[in-house]
Design a protein around this ligand. Structure first.
Ligand SMILES: *Cc1c(COP(=O)(O)O)cnc(C)c1O
Length: 402
């Protein structure tokens, strides 16, 4: 087939694990005239966002809103609480954990990086063991990912909290929720998290470019003695200005307009329903993979991610070539692969503003693309996903007796 057209009809199937498709209602909210960021209308918008975002992190403490991608909020978490040379405990769950560790090193911290099998996720016991071994309590923070986006593994944060408490260790707990916030249950206050890092472009259904630090009283108190160099990321300027409804610099007004609507939408659906929808779509995706006879990169069923699933291809099949073919023929994008498994898997994102119909379009395209790429699969993965979704919605009505 010769491609002689520059037009690609229909919608792009954006099945990467973020950025995620932005709902029309949010696009319209963003597409409005710019308002004065020192005027009264702005302070109302800011208050709506600053109050509303607490309900998403499940905290009664302030949440700092940065005009930056998630990486910026990673930096905000570290530089506001720590001092040069501080030891931090991190676990190598995958590529994103690697990147946060690299940032900690560049900032002059001393990360202790626990190696972990990328196919198993984080075992909270390793944290307890490492903290018990730290007799002089030199480790100042434990930094983990709620959802490791490179592998599709969800860490049980409440158990990480328990591990820290069991070791009787005073280290701060910092959690990256960039690819799980507003998609998987998360409780900043109840789980005793000191700094939670979030981003706009995944479960929150917004464009990239906004990120968050939810903070505990302990993090704020420790922050008073932090000696890391900081200016743009400094919490105190931000918190002082936020109290009166403003920001220390020009905030991304359109993004805040989108955020206010995103928070409304999440509550209109109900957070528990949002989480159940993500769990259902994730299970349907896993049924499809099983139906094709392919493997999930994550072998630990107790830590399956509700927001993305990494699909291993059999030896001899290159996942990057597969993704290119699927994009060309079916206009669908998947996430790439990393580390020792680069080229061996692709990631299906199923988070944000996505429903059963969109997922099934994506899984059907994936089944067709796998066949076109010559990957040896069993047919019927998409059917297995449909069967699961039918059962999840109450099961097929009994056929009338013949
Ligand atoms: C996407 C992501 C990041 C990086 O966020 P950016 O917005 O790209 O800076 C960090 N951590 C996790 C877990 C992510 O999923």
């Amino acid at each position: 087939m010769v491609k002689n057209t520059s037009r690609v009809p229909g919608r792009h199937a954006l099945h990467i694990p973020g950025p995620t498709p932005v709902p029309d209602r949010i696009l319209r909210a963003i597409d409005t005239p710019i308002i004065d960021h020192r005027g009264p209308e702005f302070s109302k918008l800011a208050k709506r966002c600053l109050d509303g975002i607490k309900t998403i992190f499940k905290t009664t403490n302030p949440v700092i809103i940065y005009t930056a991608t998630g990486t910026g909020a990673w930096e905000g978490a570290l530089v506001n609480t720590l001092s040069p040379g501080d030891r931090v405990l991190m676990v190598e769950t995958g590529q994103f954990a690697n990147q946060w560790k690299t940032m900690a090193e560049r900032l002059g911290l001393k990360p202790e990086f626990i190696k972990t099998d990328w196919r198993q996720g984080l075992d909270p016991n390793v944290i307890e063991t490492a903290l018990r071994a730290d007799k002089n309590k030199e480790i100042k923070a434990v930094c983990v990912l709620h959802n490791e986006t490179s592998t599709g593994a969800l860490t049980p944060i409440a158990e990480v909290r328990k591990a820290i408490d069991a070791a009787g260790h005073p280290a701060l707990l910092m959690v990256d929720t960039i690819s799980s916030l507003a998609s998987a249950d998360y409780r900043h206050d109840e789980w005793g998290v000191d700094v939670t890092v979030g981003g706009s472009q995944k479960g929150l259904m917004l464009p990239p470019g906004m990120s968050f630090n939810a903070v505990s009283d302990k993090a704020l108190a420790v922050g008073k003695t932090s000696k890391m160099t900081k200016s743009f990321w400094a919490w105190d300027d931000m918190l002082n200005m936020n109290k009166v409804g403003y920001f220390p610099y020009t905030p991304a007004t359109p993004m805040l307009q989108g955020l206010a609507v995103a928070i409304d939408m999440l509550h209109e659906e109900g957070l528990d329903n949002v989480f159940a929808r993500h769990a259902r779509l994730a299970e349907a995706t896993r049924r499809a993979i099983g139906g094709w006879g392919l493997e999930n990169l994550n072998k630990n069923a107790s830590q399956y991610s509700p927001t993305l699933t990494a699909v291993m291809l059999p030896d001899g099949h290159n996942a990057d070539q597969f993704r290119a073919l699927a994009l060309e023929i079916f206009n669908i994008s998947y996430g790439a692969s990393f580390g020792a498994y680069a080229g061996k898997y692709f990631r299906i994102g199923h988070l944000g503003d996505i429903n059963d119909t969109m997922l099934m379009g994506g899984l059907a395209a994936t089944e067709m693309a796998l066949q076109l790429a010559g990957v040896p699969i069993k047919k019927g993965g998409a059917q297995a996903a449909m069967d699961y979704l039918v059962s999840a919605h109450g099961g097929a009505k009994k056929q009338a007796a013949e």
